[in-house]
Ligand binder design. Structure first.
Ligand code: ADP
Ligand code: ZN
Length: 685
């Protein structure tokens, strides 16, 4: 259907998509007063009556073909020119089809909230000034490297042809921590700019304090639009306008920055591409990394994925040649990687409860580091969800034999549950491996650790960085500022503390309990553990002094811990890919997670069973494997009960055929529960 013709349908009917979960357009009548210019209808916003109110929708074009039934009138056309061009429209169509969402919801991603739903036309004027740089970015001036190292230069030279063309090419810039990936991004953006093209630089959510953002700000100054989370809707709109008008052509931000209205993009960078923050769990459940690639292909520009610890999917593509695989194997200035040691906590467990956190090795190293004026970061990966059992003597936990994920303990029935296939079994009385009787729940927190540290190191400045403390406004800034000025000597934190920071005085990093992550009921548990150890290690020894990392674990033989502590990347990826293939997980399978939730437990469990029954029939027909329903690891969340159904397919085609049928089926109207689809899920809790 070509809707770009200037001809007018005799009926004056138009199709409009609205930002709700219904996946087909609605037909309205365009009153003659509004029929002035019907060329390029598509992408213009309209105000339309919908159900009992009015909503802002997007014109698709003239309605073609017959139409029966009543139509309501379009109230108003809000834009004289389409806000969304053909390119954006195509990308949105791809996303809507792939993530099985409505086009209206997907189009909404491309606009600042001020131009969507609740916006009343004519309300307020925009100020066209750049928004203030937040405090976090004023922390320290970055020293911009004057000259690239040979390795950086070689990497740049391999990517430049795609920037100069430009042409679509996915690149995995696989460079160890401290290898200077940022400088490569900056140079690429410079060349793109010289070609008259802008760049989109994605940073994980935490990126506000990342030195990548700082680097771009100091190099490109007024041309940068920084789409950080602290912007008000008004400021966001201002930034959007700055980009749209061409004042800003370097966009730095989280996954949503992908939808910035750059007129001529020339490069997309996804820094720390392995980071889970790029995935949206709700609504249009897109993965920023994957959509970056779709946009790159659509626009014909290179997409650079940077990481020291790429995800298995990207790594596999790089190995197969689908992506350009560029390695940076040395730190800038040939600084050595931190010295890594593994402490076996089965041997070095401290009988004193309060000191059980810290092996003698870690304590001594801390005292030593502090004595020499260095800073210490302790990383503890705590998540408050269903606890796991492990043997206190040998560290063994229980894995589901079918799914290769950790089983978790439930107080209600006192059984171990697999949250993928719902297998349940008695917890072991004695450890299956060492026959020891000390099988206990583990549950540990950064808060407790902080308290203990205050007692042990009363003279040191100590702070904790995790989602609890980061909530407090300005707190994160304070902590990072403390690390920078030296006011803090010890920082304790969750993975928040391992991400992208560059503080040269940190010379010791302790991974307090490396096994916590391994016991998550998540098939990516090993991958995360591997990444977190190396990312945590990446914070150490970025200055003149060599860094040290101490990894405390009860499973020193686990392949993730062995490979991370030996910096043996290829071994880790080879081993992990074997497991993924054996158990049928990405990159060898496509997953879709159906999340069912209900306020009423019985209602929810019935709905989960019924959904699984319907999905099960379709799954058989389409050759897709179905696991569940199983209560979600976070069974109760915000007063809802939650269940999961996991679908595994060898390819996305079968999976989509199934999902289309499942979600389109209009059974009898059911209420009291919700089924949400998460395609390519990352958050398995
Ligand atoms: P990565 O992101 O790969 O961990 P960074 O980009 O943070 O590494 O670089 C690490 C440090 O090295 C930064 O302080 C950066 O300014 C510095 N650096 C990068 N490239 C060079 C260079 N060519 N010469 C000197 N210093 C550099
Ligand atoms: Zn299982």
């Amino acid at each position: 259907m070509d809707t770009r013709e200037g001809t007018e349908a005799p009926s004056g009917l138009v199709d409009v998509v609205v930002p709700i979960a219904v996946r087909h357009p609605f037909t309205y009548r365009l009153p003659s007063a509004l029929r002035g210019d019907t060329s390029t209808l598509r992408g213009r916003r309209v105000l339309v009556p919908f159900r009992t109110g009015t909503v802002i929708g997007y014109l698709v074009g003239l309605h073609s073909g017959p139409f029966e039934g009543e139509t309501k009138d379009v109230r108003e056309i809000l834009d004289s020119d389409p806000l969304l061009g053909e390119g954006e429209w195509k990308i949105a169509e791809w996303m809507a089809a792939y993530y099985v969402r409505s086009l209206g919801e997907t189009l909404d991603l491309f606009l600042p909230s001020a131009l969507r739903g609740g916006w009343k036309k004519g309300s307020g004027r925009r100020s066209a000034r750049a928004s203030k740089t937040p405090d976090e970015l004023r922390l320290q001036p970055v020293d911009i490297p004057r000259e690239l190292t040979l390795e950086q230069r070689a990497a740049l030279d391999r990517i430049l042809p795609y920037v100069r063309g430009p042409s679509f090419r996915p690149v995995l810039l696989h460079g160890i921590t401290g290898s200077g990936k940022t400088a490569v991004y900056v140079e690429l953006a410079r060349v793109a700019a010289a070609e008259g093209r802008g760049s989109i630089v994605l940073v994980p959510e935490i990126g506000l304090t990342s030195h990548v953002a700082r680097h771009f700000l100091s190099v490109f100054e007024g041309r940068v639009a920084l789409l950080h989370s602290r912007l008000t809707p008004r400021q966001r709109w201002d930034e959007w306008e700055r980009i749209r008008s061409g004042q800003a052509d370097i966009v730095v931000g989280p996954r949503s920055a992908l939808f910035a209205p750059l007129a001529r993009p020339g490069l997309i960078v996804v820094d720390e591409e392995h980071d889970g923050a790029y995935k949206q769990d709700d609504g249009v459940t897109y993965h920023g990394r994957d959509v970056a690639l779709v946009i790159g292909r659509e626009r014909g520009i290179p997409v650079v994925l940077g990481s020291a610890t790429p995800c298995l999917e990207s790594y596999a593509h790089a190995r197969s040649g689908k992506y350009e695989h560029i390695r940076l194997a040395r730190r800038v200035g040939d600084r050595p990687l931190p010295e890594m040691s593994v402490v076996d906590m089965r041997v070095h467990r401290n009988p004193d409860r309060a000191l059980a956190w810290l092996s003698p090795q870690l304590r001594v190293a801390m005292e030593d580091t502090l004595g020499r004026g260095g800073q210490v970061v302790l990383f503890l990966n705590r998540r408050g969800f269903a606890p796991v059992l492990r043997c206190e003597d040998c560290g063994t936990g229980t894995q589901c034999p079918h799914c290769d994920v950790a089983m978790t303990f439930h107080k209600v029935d006192r059984l171990l549950h697999c949250h993928y296939c719902d297998r349940r079994q008695d917890p072991p009385q004695v450890c299956s491996k060492c026959n020891g009787a000390n099988v206990a729940l583990i549950g540990a927190g950064t808060q407790k650790l902080e308290e203990d540290l205050r007692r042990l190191f009363p003279a040191s400045g100590i702070a904790r960085l995790d989602t609890d403390t980061a909530q407090a406004k300005g707190r994160r800034f304070e902590i990072l500022h403390g690390l920078e000025t030296g006011a803090l000597q010890i920082a304790v934190g969750t993975q928040m503390i391992t991400k992208g920071h560059h503080y040269p005085q940190i010379t010791l990093v302790g991974v307090v309990d490396a096994d916590l992550g391994l016991r998550w009921p998540d098939f990516r548990a090993a991958e995360r553990t591997y990444q977190q150890i190396l990312q945590a290690a990446g914070r150490a020894g970025r200055g003149e002094q060599r860094g040290r990392v101490i990894v405390q674990t009860m499973s020193p033989e686990h392949h993730a811990i062995r490979a991370a502590s030996a910096y043996d990347e290829d071994r880790f990826y080879a081993q992990e890919l074997r497991f993924r293939r054996q158990f049928g997980y990405p990159p060898y399978a496509r997953l879709a997670l159906l999340r069912i939730q209900a306020a009423d437990e019985t209602r929810g469990s019935e709905a989960a069973l019924e959904t699984a029954r319907r999905a099960g029939e379709l799954a058989r027909r389409h050759g897709v494997e179905l696991l569940g329903p199983a209560p979600a690891p976070l069974y109760r969340l915000r007063r809802f009960y939650r269940w999961h159904i996991l679908l595994k397919a060898s390819g996305s085609k079968d999976l989509h055929a199934l999902l289309e049928e499942l979600l389109d089926a209009r059974g009898p109207r059911r209420t009291g529960f919700e089924v949400r689809l998460d395609l390519d899920p990352v958050n398995m809790l």
